[in-house]
Design a protein around this ligand. Structure first.
Ligand SMILES: C[S@@+](CC[C@H](N)C(=O)[O-])C[C@H]1O[C@@H](n2cnc3c(N)ncnc32)[C@H](O)[C@@H]1O
Length: 392
C-alpha cells in the first residue's frame, strides 16, 4: 500500500492543487484525518495519522483507488504542497516501466451501469499471475472475460500483459469475487472459473466456494453454463464435492486432467506430484431477474446535527433479518458536515463506504453501494434513521 512517513508537520490548506492533483477537503477525527484527493477524474481519500512521533500518510482502504500510480501521484503532490520532510516511503514512480493498460481496469459500478454486450461472458475468480485468463481471452476473441482479483500487484502485472499482447476482450476488476456475482444479471454468464483458490483450511468461512457462491453462480449462469473449480487441496476438494452433491444440477469430477494452459501454482503442484481435481457444476434452469429498482439516493433530509451523529458510533451493529448497518467512525468537516464510515449489507460480507453529510444532505462518498438486496434494505434503514432522527 503506497505510504509516506514524514516528520510531524502542519496539514495542507484545502481546497488546493498542484501538478494536476486536487486536495478538496480534510475531515478530522481524534485519531486520524481523511484528506480528499482527485487525480485524473478519480476521487479517493488519504489517511493521515501520528505514528511513533512522526506522521504516516497512506491510501484509505475503503475508497482505495486503482491503478496504484494515482495514489503515488497524490502522495508526491502532498509532499510538494506541504513541504514536509519525508523519512521513508514506497512511492517511487518508475517512468521507464511500461504503464499498465488502465482502459481495461473497471470500477465495480461499470458493471452496474454501463456494461452491455451481446458476446458470451466468462468470469475468472482470483486470476493471480493471469496465465489462464490471458490464454482464454487470446484463444476466444469472440468472448468477453472478466477477471476478478483482490491482489493489486497481480492486477498491475496482468494489465501490463494485456497492453503488451494487445488483448481487447478482458476486463479486470479489483473486487471480492464473493460479492461480485450478487448484482450480475441472471442467466448472463457462460463460464465461471475458480482455479486454485486459497484453501483457507483453518478459516473455511473465508473460502470463495460456499453454498451462497454456488447459488449465485447457478443464478447468473445461462442454461448449460458451468462453474469450474480446479484445486490441489484435498480438503477443499472434499468440501466442494460435498457442496456440489447437495445440488440436483449435474456435476462432474475429473482427477489429474491436463488443461491447455497451466498456471504458476499448477506447475509447482505438478512438480511436487500432487493430485489436482476439476469439479464442474452445470446450470440447468433459467433464473428469475433480480433487478432492483433502487438508486441509492437519500430521498430524505438529515435531522441530526453532526455532533448528535456521534451517538451513532457508540451503538453496536444494527443486525436485521439478512442485512445489517454499522456506523463505525466519523470525521468532522465542520459542526454541520463530515464523513461517516459505515459497513452495511450482508452480515458475512459487509460493504464499507462513507456517507458525506453536508448539513441536511446525505450522499454516498465516493461510490454508492452495488445493488444487492441486502444493500438496498440497509440503505432504507439508514434513510429511516436520518429521517426520524432516532436510532430505534
Ligand atoms: C492460490 S492463488 C491462484 C491464482 C491463479 N488462479 C492460479 O491458478 O495461479 C489464489 C488467488 O485468488 C485471489 N483471491 C483470494 N480471494 C479472493 C476473492 N475473494 N476474490 C477475488 N480473488 C481472490 C488471491 O489474491 C490469489 O491471487
Amino acid at each position: 500500500m503506497p505510504h509516506i512517513i514524514t516528520k510531524k508537520h502542519n496539514s495542507i490548506q484545502t481546497p488546493s492543487h498542484i501538478d494536476g492533483v486536487f486536495f478538496d477537503f480534510i475531515a478530522h477525527s481524534p485519531k486520524e484525518d481523511k484528506i480528499c484527493v482527485r487525480v485524473e477524474a478519480k476521487t479517493f481519500l488519504l489517511t493521515k495519522l501520528e505514528k511513533n512521533g512522526n506522521d504516516l500518510i497512506k491510501l484509505d482502504v475503503t475508497t482505495k483507488v486503482a491503478p496504484i500510480i494515482l495514489a503515488k501521484k497524490a502522495l508526491h503532490a502532498y509532499i510538494k504542497l506541504s513541504k514536509c520532510e519525508v523519512i521513508s516511503s514506497n512511492i517511487t514512480i518508475h517512468t521507464t516501466k511500461l504503464e499498465p493498460q488502465k482502459e481495461y481496469l473497471k470500477d465495480i459500478n461499470y458493471f452496474v451501469d454501463d456494461f452491455h454486450t451481446s458476446k458470451e461472458i466468462c468470469v475468472e475468480v482470483g486470476f493471480g499471475s493471469g496465465r489462464h485468463l490471458l490464454y482464454q481471452a487470446k484463444t476466444n476473441k469472440d468472448k468477453i472475460y472478466i477477471g476478478l482479483e483482490i491482489h493489486t500487484p497481480s492486477i498491475e502485472q496482468v494489465l501490463k500483459q494485456i497492453r503488451i499482447e494487445e488483448i481487447e476482450n478482458i476486463y479486470i476488476v479489483n473486487y471480492d469475487a464473493r460479492l461480485f456475482l450478487e448484482f450480475i444479471e441472471s442467466n448472463s454468464l457462460s463460464q465461471i472459473f475458480v482455479h486454485f483458490p486459497v484453501p483457507w483450511d483453518k478459516k473455511p468461512h473465508r473460502r470463495v466456494m460456499s453454498k451462497e457462491f454456488i447459488d449465485e453462480s447457478l443464478r447468473v449462469l445461462k442454461i448449460d453454463g458451468t462453474l469450474e473449480l480446479r484445486t490441489d487441496s484435498p480438503l477443499y476438494y472434499e468440501y466442494s464435492k460435498e457442496l456440489y452433491e447437495s445440488y440436483t444440477q449435474k456435476s462432474t469430477i475429473v482427477k489429474n486432467q491436463s488443461l491447455e494452459v497451466s498456471s504458476k501454482y499448477e506447475d509447482r503442484w505438478k512438480r511436487m506430484g500432487k493430485d489436482i481435481w476439476d469439479l464442474t457444476i452445470y446450470s440447468d434452469t433459467n433464473s428469475p431477474s433480480i433487478k432492483l429498482d433502487t438508486d441509492f439516493i437519500f430521498h430524505v433530509k438529515n435531522r441530526f446535527n453532526f455532533s448528535e451523529l456521534q451517538n451513532l458510533f457508540t451503538r453496536k451493529p444494527l443486525v436485521k433479518d439478512g442485512y445489517m448497518v454499522h456506523f463505525t467512525y466519523s470525521f468532522e468537516l465542520s459542526d454541520k458536515s463530515g464523513l461517516i464510515h459505515i459497513s452495511m449489507g450482508s452480515f458475512n460480507k459487509p460493504f464499507c463506504v462513507y456517507l458525506l453529510v453536508e448539513d441536511k444532505n446525505i450522499n454516498y462518498f465516493v461510490s454508492r453501494p452495488v445493488p444487492t438486496s441486502a444493500n438496498h434494505k440497509a440503505h432504507k434503514l439508514i434513510e429511516s434513521i436520518f429521517e426520524s432522527g432516532s436510532f430505534e
